[in-house]
Design a protein around this ligand. Structure first.
Ligand code: ZN
Length: 316
């Protein structure tokens, strides 16, 4: 969906030129949008800082293992590109259930800073709390930067604003993201990614199968609770399909491609194994020193399925 020129026919279908029809209204919307985006970015920065504070280090390791499907735990998050780290943190903050308490980072953030938050910040945070990752199929543009999308799992249509995705995408493309209702129209959160239409069938089937299993174990299961608890499932499919298809197929067209990330994480994993093997060969570490090492490195050197006997998630 290319950028609309002033003299192009207006996308609203009126038959008039864009400059004589919706151009002015779109401009006003963009001004409003940039104002709330600025506010949202400030809140997001605070949340990101909170999520990366030392009290969550061990939980970040456990969560990373879950998000990257077991293969890429350990130092994975630090090896990621900025956008990939942001996408992981978006899920970690909003969806990941901390061990023992089952609370989310965003719940703790609201508990700890609730009284200091402005009403607008509080609203943003509660919008994030209510959101979940899902899969959307693009039906088409409504205005410039505003898309009509269909929920590919639950059905139903929504109108969502996203300047970036609007410019890059075409009809039938897919978006994995969380829709936030703190704006009018709602918008996608920062971790949203664009996928080619042909990934739809496989991805929907994969998620539906997991949902079926989830429902068998729970009488009152719903799509929102399933997706809120299992948002990493989209990433699992993307990793699986990147690992089996090999090289980057779609990256040039602005589509998300996990294969670069898979390679980076594998490389980190390999380096870690080699380093651990070297250390073992050079100087056997005594148990006390090993325990110390675990603490200073935020759990990074813990074996994958170790018991995490820490207070990392309880924050004091
Ligand atoms: Zn118009």
């Amino acid at each position: 969906m290319a950028k609309i020129g002033r003299n192009d026919p207006c996308p609203c279908g009126s038959g008039k030129k864009y400059k004589n029809c919706c151009l002015r209204r779109d401009g006003a919307r963009r001004v409003r949008e940039s104002a709330w985006r600025q506010g949202e970015r400030a809140t997001a920065d605070k949340l990101l800082a909170f999520a990366q504070s030392s009290s969550f280090y061990r939980q970040l390791t456990v969560a990373s293992d879950l998000f990257w499907n077991g293969h890429y735990g350990s130092e994975g998050p630090e090896a990621l590109h900025r956008e990939e780290a942001a996408r992981f943190l978006d899920w970690f903050i909003c969806d990941y259930r901390l061990e023992r308490t089952r609370q989310r980072v965003i719940d703790l953030y609201l508990e700890e800073s609730g009284t200091h938050l402005l009403p607008s910040e509080r609203e943003q945070v509660s919008t994030w709390q209510d959101s979940y990752l899902s899969l959307y199929r693009i039906l088409g543009p409504v205005q410039q930067g505003v898309l009509s999308v269909e929920d590919a799992l639950q059905g139903g249509q929504e109108v969502v604003s996203d300047e970036g995705l609007g410019a890059q995408s075409q009809s039938d493309d897919l978006i994995v993201g969380r829709i936030l209702c703190s704006s009018d129209p709602p918008h996608f959160s920062w971790g949203a990614i664009l996928l080619p239409a042909e990934m739809g069938a496989g991805l929907v089937c994969f998620v539906q199968q997991a949902y079926g299993q989830y429902c068998e174990a729970r009488a009152r299961a719903t799509w929102p609770t399933f997706l809120s608890n299992n948002g990493y499932i989209f990433n699992h499919y993307l990793l699986k399909s990147a690992a089996s298809s090999g090289s980057a197929r779609h990256a040039s067209r602005g589509y998300y491609d996990a294969s670069g990330t898979v390679e980076r994480l594998r490389e980190v994993e390999k380096q870690l194994r080699e380093r651990a093997a070297r250390q073992r060969a050079e100087q056997p570490v005594d148990e006390e020193a090993r325990a110390l090492l675990r603490q200073t490195r935020g759990g990074i050197l813990l074996p994958r399925h170790a018991q995490y006997n820490d207070s990392g998630e309880s924050r004091g």
